[in-house]
Structure formats: structure tokens, C-alpha cells
Design a protein around this ligand. Structure first.
Ligand SMILES: NC(=O)c1ccc[n+]([C@@H]2O[C@H](COP(=O)([O-])OP(=O)(O)OC[C@H]3O[C@@H](n4cnc5c(N)ncnc54)[C@H](O)[C@@H]3O)[C@@H](O)[C@H]2O)c1
Length: 325
């Protein structure tokens, strides 16, 4: 297949490109490098791999056939989307529209990378796909959360109106090699601080929870979802939809508090740093985050396989090497 990956020079996107090439496909990565880097794809020297530097919030023209579109382009860490709120809203709306337009023109399938952030600061734990979320439209995180919620609605509209073959994956916190040291996400932040011998900055009281999934597991879930062809199901209002078009959570249900996580990182890095506590820089920070992955287990036969300590060690090694450079 010839597969397009928007956001292909990003953290998850570059791992997905790698997996698609390993599966024997031809890959076109489209990225404007706003938060990604060509360093992430420099090793993909393969005649089946092509990189196009382009902002997908503007029209996408591509010659030749396309069989599938993975739409991952979007700033994804709080530091990034707080710096680029308008670009984040544009890529979630206009970018998703353009990616859907490309899929429609080429009669291709499309998978939209949504996020656990559509659940906002949830009232239920773990979060099943049926939970509608608790998001503030006007809060600082609104630019990201609402862009993704709009993106999901647009994907469903194309599925309903144009019968496009679509998938929506709600990705929960994913970590692994190639995360940016200063992207503000808790995994590279804690590891970077521990490696530099600095104190680890915990926002809030550290009782908020997160669940971390290793990137290879996330990519495997995304790939299985793209390949899944389910049954017809009756959606809201009695309309018949494809089961595979309905959202699927991909994440690791192993939940830990941020405080516990900080202590585990200190142990894994072998650091004597301390924890310092600061007020949270964004509002509506989720107090709990844990995926209900029953649907992924049942329909995709998927669950995370890489143990926490092993995935973190690989990530620590990668960040250690990059810090040394
Ligand atoms: N990593 C996670 O934990 C996580 C969790 C939930 C959802 N997601 C979603 O997965 C996707 C990838 O996230 P990531 O962690 O790899 O982030 P990332 O920032 O590393 O990758 C995003 C990529 O999209 C590119 N991009 C952004 N706007 C673009 C535009 N207008 N045109 C073209 N390219 C553009 C960036 O340059 C970057 O390479 C995002 O859609 C994100 O919302 C990630």
C-alpha cells in the first residue's frame, strides 16, 4: 500500500512510519516541522520513504494513488499547544478537513489520532469510549482538547455522509525514544531533570494520576485499528455505522500518581535529586487518567506488552545519549 502519514516527522509519527516500512508499505510523511524534526526520520533512508515539508492546514495535493491516510499532525504537548494555540486549532479542524479530503479523493481509508484529552478532567475512572468528557472550551487546554473533539466530529461526518472508511484512535500518554527533552511532557521532563541532577518539578500535589504506554505498543494498537474491519452497528439515532469507525482507546491501564512516577524515575536513573512542588501552569489539569481498554482488547486483540521499567530504560538511554550530544 501507499500510505500517507501527516505528522510523520513527530514522535509517534516517526515510529509509525518505521512500522509501516517494516510491514512492506510505501510511506509519504507530510510535516511542517512545527514541533517535529527531520532528525526523527533521518534514519529512514529507503526508496519507499518520501518526506514532504508542508502545512496540512493548507490544501494537500498529492499525485498518484493513496491507500490509507494516518492523520497525526498536531502539536501534542502542553508547552507546544500553549505556544501555538491557533495552529493547534487549525490543524485539528482545517488540517483534518484536508486529510479527509485527500482520503475521499483517493478513495483511501483514514485514521485520525485523537487523544484522551477529549475526556478533559474526567468524572469517571477509568475512561471508557462512551464517556463524553469534561472539557473547558475557554480554558488554556481548550485549543487542543476542542480541536481534537471537532476533528472527531468531522471524521464521523465524513463517515456518515460520504461513507468514508475511517478510524478514530484516542491515544493516552505515550512515551519512548525521540521525545523532545523540553516539550513539557512529564516523562522527558522528569528523566531530563534526573539525568542533569536537578530536582524534579511536580505540578500540583503529585496525587494526580497518569498511565504511560510505550510507543511500540501504541503504534501496534494504531496499526491493528487501521486493519480492523468490524461489523455494522446501530449508532445514535438508529443510523447504521461501521463498528471500526467508532473511537478506540489505546493506552496502558497501569495507573500511577505523578509523585510515585517521579520516585520511580529517580530510582531507574539512579539519581539523588529531590522533588519540588509548584502550582500547575494550566487550568483543568486532569486529576486522573486511565484508559478502559476493553474495546481494544476485545476487537483488536490488543493490550500493552512492554513493561514499564523496560520502556523507561530505553527512553532514559535515548535521552541520556541526546543529552551527551
Ligand atoms: N504522544 C502522546 O502521548 C499522544 C497522546 C495523545 C494523542 N497524541 C496525538 O498523536 C499525534 C502525534 O503526537 P506526538 O506526540 O508524536 O507529537 P509531535 O509534536 O512529536 O508530532 C506531531 C507532528 O505533527 C507536525 N505538525 C503539527 N502541525 C502540523 C501541520 N499543520 N502540518 C503538518 N505537520 C504538522 C509536527 O511538526 C510534528 O512533527 C498528535 O495528533 C497528538 O495529538 C499523542
Amino acid at each position: 500500500m501507499r500510505i500517507v502519514v501527516t505528522g510523520g516527522a513527530g514522535f509517534v509519527g516517526s515510529h509509525l512510519c518505521e512500522r509501516l516500512l517494516a510491514e512492506g508499505h510505501t510511506v509519504v510523511a507530510i510535516d511542517n516541522l512545527i514541533t517535529g524534526s527531520v532528525d526523527n526520520i533521518a534514519h529512514l533512508r529507503d526508496p519507499r520513504f518520501e518526506f514532504i515539508h508542508h502545512d496540512v492546514s493548507k490544501s494537500i495535493y498529492l499525485a498518484g494513488p493513496v491507500d490509507f491516510v494516518f492523520h497525526l499532525a498536531s502539536p501534542a504537548s502542553p508547552v507546544d499547544y500553549l505556544e501555538y494555540p491557533i495552529q493547534t486549532l487549525k490543524v485539528g479542524s482545517l488540517g483534518t478537513h484536508n486529510a479527509l479530503g485527500l482520503a475521499k479523493e483517493k478513495r483511501a481509508g483514514l485514521l485520525f489520532a485523537s487523544t484522551s484529552e477529549v475526556y478533559g478532567d474526567p468524572d469517571v475512572n477509568p475512561q471508557p469510549e462512551s464517556y463524553h468528557g469534561n472539557v473547558s472550551t475557554t480554558g488554556l487546554r481548550g485549543c487542543y482538547d476542542e480541536a481534537k473533539r471537532f476533528g472527531e466530529a468531522l471524521v464521523m461526518a465524513y463517515h456518515r455522509q460520504h461513507r468514508l472508511s475511517t478510524r478514530i484512535v484516542r491515544i493516552f500518554n505515550t512515551y519512548g525514544p525521540r521525545m523532545r527533552l523540553n516539550d513539557g511532557r512529564v516523562v522527558p521532563q522528569f528523566i531530563g531533570q534526573a539525568l542533569r541532577g536537578e530536582d524534579l518539578t511536580v505540578y500540583g500535589d503529585g496525587h494526580q494520576t497518569r498511565s504511560f504506554c510505550y510507543v511500540d505498543d501504541t503504534v501496534d494498537g494504531i496499526w491493528r485499528l487501521a486493519n480492523w474491519v468490524g461489523d455494522a452497528v446501530v449508532g445514535p439515532g438508529g443510523q447504521v455505522l461501521r463498528d471500526e469507525a467508532m473511537p478506540v482507546n489505546i493506552g496502558n491501564p497501569e495507573e500511577r500518581t505523578i509523585r510515585q512516577f517521579a520516585e520511580e524515575i529517580l530510582h531507574l536513573v539512579g539519581s539523588r535529586s529531590q522533588l519540588t512542588f509548584r502550582p500547575c501552569p494550566t487550568d483543568n489539569d486532569p486529576m486522573q487518567r486511565r484508559p478502559d481498554i476493553s474495546r481494544a482488547r476485545e476487537k483488536l486483540g490488543w493490550e500493552p506488552r512492554v513493561p514499564f521499567a523496560e520502556g523507561m530504560q530505553r527512553t532514559i538511554e535515548d535521552l541520556r545519549n541526546r543529552l551527551a550530544l
